[in-house]
Design a binder for this molecule. Structure first.
Ligand code: TUI
Length: 326
């Protein structure tokens, strides 16, 4: 079976680093790209000058390798970021937290590969019609802003809905997760949480420590009442947001309280920050370096190939039988 992702992005391993706002800088992205994965600089709500500088750092750390950028579509400055990425001619743009429909043509004309994150099959099909090169199907096990569906249910339904490559995300942190993603039909994996603790990731030590100490049930989803659910580690900030959310009559009153919380976490505010992380935080027990993560996930992904072929032919037989019986 074909895994089109390496050829599509010009990379060696089908491993994409998640576009974690305030976390994924040029140093992390450069390390991932130098290791043969796709490193991604997260534009988040950063100034244009910072984005330009970080893309340059990533490129200098991974000469000749592909480098991507992630665009957070809820950012009011998204228009100028979209234009900056055209000027910088990053190799790939991944998007999150909305539909990038109005930017796709602009990026494609600049020769940029466009890869939206989707949380539903219908949006994946729409992105394909509009010219997206691949989609990232992200389940709600992921950290940060999430949809409603789990990775296990979402990935195969997105695979059935589109012909472009599907990259699985949410709940993948080791070789087992990557192998499972392959069996579900994905042609690559996107991983965020596992990269939080690598030596090239510059988040504060308390962030790394919290991930390394987390157990399976240590994440919580805040923001459901405002329509922007976000998964992160339990701490004083997330517990108090949860209780405020239960009591408030107009959820929009709370909006200002989410602002700046992720940046505080990245800078080391243990109780006042929003430590975004996925449910796999409990699986992350080592620090290591970006190259270790890329090679473990790539090997896990390849190990899923035989089961993926077996599952695909079983499924084809069942579907053919169903069609014959009418
Ligand atoms: O975007 C993410 N994860 C993020 S963005 C972020 S910054 C932030 N900070 C505070 C509050 C909110 C965001 C932190 N983490 N992941 C990709 C992702 N995209 N997950 C889910 C979606 C998504 C949701 C709805 C994609 C498209 C979508 O479409 C809605 C529509 O317009 O059709």
């Amino acid at each position: 079976m074909d895994t089109r992702v390496p050829g599509l992005f010009g990379i060696e391993h089908p491993v994409i680093q998640g576009g974690m706002a305030w976390v994924a800088d040029g140093r992390l992205a450069g390390a991932v790209s130098a290791a043969g994965g796709l490193g991604v600089v997260a534009c988040g709500a950063a100034p244009l000058s910072w984005i330009e500088e970080q893309v340059a750092i990533a490129r200098s750390l991974a000469p000749g390798a592909a480098v991507g950028a992630n665009v957070m579509l809820m950012n009011p400055d998204v228009e100028s970021i979209a234009d900056l990425l055209v000027r910088l001619r990053v190799d790939v743009v991944t998007t999150g937290a909305g539909s990038p429909a109005r930017f796709i043509e602009r990026w494609k004309e600049a020769g940029i590969k466009v890869v939206p994150v989707v949380a539903q099959a219908a949006l994946a099909a729409r992105m394909e019609r509009l010219g997206a090169d691949a989609v990232i199907a992200e389940g709600c096990e992921a950290g940060g802003h999430i949809g409603e569906m789990s990775t296990m249910a979402l990935v195969p339904q997105v695979c059935d809905a589109v012909s472009i490559p599907v990259i699985a995300a949410g709940g993948i942190a080791d070789a087992r997760g990557a192998a499972a993603a392959r069996v579900l039909g994905a042609e690559g994996v996107q991983v965020g949480t596992r990269f939080l603790t690598v030596e090239e990731c510059r988040v504060a030590e308390v962030y790394k420590d919290k991930v390394l100490r987390a157990k399976d049930s240590d994440t919580i989803v805040t923001g459901r009442v405002t329509g922007h659910p976000v998964r992160g580690l339990k701490n004083a900030w997330s517990r108090s947001m949860k209780s405020l959310e239960r009591g408030v009559s107009d959820p929009h009153e709370l909006e200002g309280m989410y602002a700046g919380s992720l940046r505080r976490a990245v800078e080391g505010d243990a109780e006042g920050g929003s430590f975004m992380a996925g449910q796999v935080a409990g699986l992350v027990k080592a620090r290591g370096c970006a190259a270790d993560v890329v090679s473990e996930l790539s090997e896990g992904f390849a190990a899923g190939e035989a089961s993926a072929c077996a599952a695909a032919s079983l499924l084809a037989g069942v579907r053919e039988g169903g069609e014959r019986r009418g």
